[in-house]
Ligand binder design. Structure first.
Ligand code: SF4
Ligand code: FES
Length: 259
């Protein structure tokens, strides 16, 4: 496909005013494009642009969308690694576009950007997240207590009790883990690492009283036992959560019924 170009040079190839000493480099962003209204096949499209290598892949995608091709479609919201909406495969690895600096991913070669795997692509980099969020809803990701009376003060727990599930509270539901899992690629029925992480967050919370229920949900044929401990999920998590360890802890709790 033709290569749209965005640079900071004038028609004579001289830097535009203000860009003579700029740190800008030319990069090629190679995007996996899909538009069902145009073709049933996805195609790669190259975009060349001038960018400060300290900028992020999300900035590059914005430059493409705003200046080269407004039809480029991707999700993003916070732009600061909090909302989890811009997980994508960058140079073959799941990452958040807003947390990935151009300089850190070898800008001398084309930088490939694709949708995350295992979920149906709706358009360009946007996938259907519904199966992912259904699995999340299935593990009941909220505090459940049996006491029907509203407490008159906050529910207390020790620092040690809080520490037990601290790691899994950091999840931003970006799906980088689940969509890097080969089991999930082969069978989208598997709950996937993110749902298990969010179940872990409540199973090991001393204030919660539905741990047994959540464990039974994950004891299902599509639950934790499908995990093959490949560690892809841990490698992919932009929050540094020890995803595989959390899955192992849930497995152990299922065996020992101690949590
Ligand atoms: S565990 Fe990590 S990779 Fe998985 S959804 Fe949560 S933040 Fe994203
Ligand atoms: S845009 Fe929110 S995490 Fe990247």
């Amino acid at each position: 496909m033709a290569t749209p170009v965005l640079d900071k040079k004038d028609a004579a190839g001289e830097p535009e005013p203000g860009f003579a000493d700029s740190p800008y480099i030319t990069v090629t962003i190679r995007v996996r494009r899909f538009n069902a209204e145009v073709s049933a096949e996805a195609v790669w499209e190259d975009f060349q642009l001038e960018i400060d290598p300290k900028e992020r892949v999300l900035d590059a995608l914005h430059k493409i969308k705003w200046d080269l091709d407004g039809s480029l479609t991707f999700r993003r919201s916070c732009a600061h690694g909090i909302c989890g909406s811009d997980a994508m495969r960058i140079n073959g690895k799941n990452r958040l576009a807003c947390k990935t600096l151009i300089k850190d991913i070898n800008p001398e070669k084309p930088i490939t950007v694709e949708p995350i795997k295992g979920l149906t692509v709706l358009k360009d980099l946007v996938v259907d997240m519904e199966p992912f969020f259904q699995a999340y809803r299935d593990v009941m990701p909220f505090l459940i207590t049996k006491d029907t009376n509203e407490p008159t003060r906050e529910r207390l727990q020790t620092a040690e009790d809080r520490e037990r599930f601290d790691d899994t509270t950091k999840c931003i539901l970006c799906a980088a883990c689940t969509s890097s899992c080969p089991v999930f690629w082969n069978d989208g029925q598997y709950f996937g690492p993110a749902a298990i992480v969010n179940a872990h967050r409540f199973i090991f919370d001393s204030r919660d009283e539905a741990g047994e229920q959540r464990l039974e949900i994950l004891n299902d044929r599509d639950g934790v036992w499908r995990c093959r401990t490949t560690f892809n999920c841990t490698d992919a998590c932009p929050r540094g959560i020890e995803v595989t360890k959390a899955i192992q802890e849930v497995k152990r709790a299922l065996i020992t019924r101690r949590f």
